[in-house]
Ligand binder design. Structure first.
Ligand code: ADP
Ligand code: MG
Length: 315
């Protein structure tokens, strides 16, 4: 995969406030990239700079091989922006809103109408094409905001907290549509302070705090930064002739197994975080006639990664 967005030593001061502090990260072509951090971390400032909406103090940003300052016009042409604050015209209908935003990218006539109708269908608002934003629920307005940002079929879609204040159904719809946009070939940068959403849809993630990069990688890579082990607890029933010593010996022989313990109604196995032979471990349970009634994995989530790396909770 090749780099699509390269941010190098980006700095943004607002007077005395350093909103973005020597931030560097890379987004690969065709991925969903999550930019996560608590309120005030500098996500929107970073996104606004990438979107060419905001100036920066120093550093550089390249999008599709183009410097965003020297090639601002070409960069803008391939961007789709979904801002954190809903930016639609209250007195225009949903369809008119989408047409207006898509027209800014040069679409006209029948092509414009088709693109706008497709974008509305994409966010599930075809039936509401004539409705005005002031009559819409928060979730519907968020979906319209997305349609306005994607109708011109941008190569890079930048979404700033698109699920804040939406109902569960709109939220699921939005998360699903982001994945569809990626499948259609777009690269997506997605900011959020909801870790579970980011775990669900992002290929790679940058954690930022106080304008600085805390860590960057896949969810698994970030988890591996704070722990070496994954604990699996498998509930089972031990047969009368269970040979505990032989079982422990065979399971311990796997290179990725760190420890095994047999308890009253369960087997607890600690493996390396990168364990790739879990199914072989399960085969051993089968061999010793241990039914697997349930498996609980205590792999840490992004919330614990954030807490461990920054020393505070995300929200
Ligand atoms: P996030 O999107 O992660 O919540 P922001 O990028 O909005 O964070 O804000 C980062 C920091 O920059 C905060 O301390 C915020 O108060 C400050 N900030 C953002 N926009 C402005 C502005 N226009 N003027 C002054 N300070 C700002
Ligand atoms: Mg923000």
């Amino acid at each position: 995969m090749k780099n699509f967005v390269t941010v190098r030593n980006l700095v943004k001061h607002y007077g005395d406030v350093c909103a973005v502090d020597t931030l560097s990260f890379t987004v690969m072509e065709g991925e969903i990239f999550g930019l996560i951090g608590p309120n005030g971390a500098g996500k929107s400032t970073t996104i606004n700079i990438l979107s060419t909406l905001d100036a920066y103090t120093s550093g550089s940003v390249e999008i599709a091989g183009m410097n965003i300052e020297s090639h601002a016009r070409e960069v803008k042409a391939i961007l789709g922006i979904v801002p954190q604050e809903i930016a639609v015209y209250p007195h225009l209908s949903a369809l008119e809103n989408v047409k207006f935003f898509a027209s800014l990218y040069g679409l006209k006539g029948a092509a414009l109408r088709k693109a706008a109708e497709e974008a509305l269908a994409f966010v599930g608002l075809s039936e509401k094409a004539k409705m005005k934003p002031k009559q819409m629920s928060g979730g519907m307005k968020r979906r319209l905001n997305i349609a306005c940002g994607i109708a011109h079929n941008p190569k890079l879609i930048i979404m700033d907290e698109p699920t804040v204040g939406v109902d569960a159904q709109s939220r699921d719809h939005i998360l699903h549509s982001i994945q569809v946009l990626r499948e259609r070939g777009a690269t997506v940068i997605y900011t959020s302070h909801y870790m579970n959403e980011v775990e669900q849809i992002c290929d790679r993630i940058a954690i930022i705090d106080h304008g600085q990069l805390v860590a960057e990688g896949t969810c698994e890579e970030l988890v591996a930064m704070i722990t070496d082990f994954n604990t699996f607890t498998m509930k089972t029933r031990f047969p009368a002739d269970f040979d505990k010593d032989a079982f422990m010996k065979e399971v311990s022989a796997f290179p990725s197994v760190h420890s095994v313990s047999v308890q009253e109604d369960c087997v607890k196995i600690e493996t390396s975080i990168t364990c790739a032979d879990f199914s072989d471990i399960l085969d051993k349970l089968r061999k010793f006639h241990l039914p697997v009634i349930s498996v609980v994995s205590e792999i840490p989530n992004l919330d614990s990664v954030f807490l461990t790396l920054t020393g505070h909770e995300i929200q």
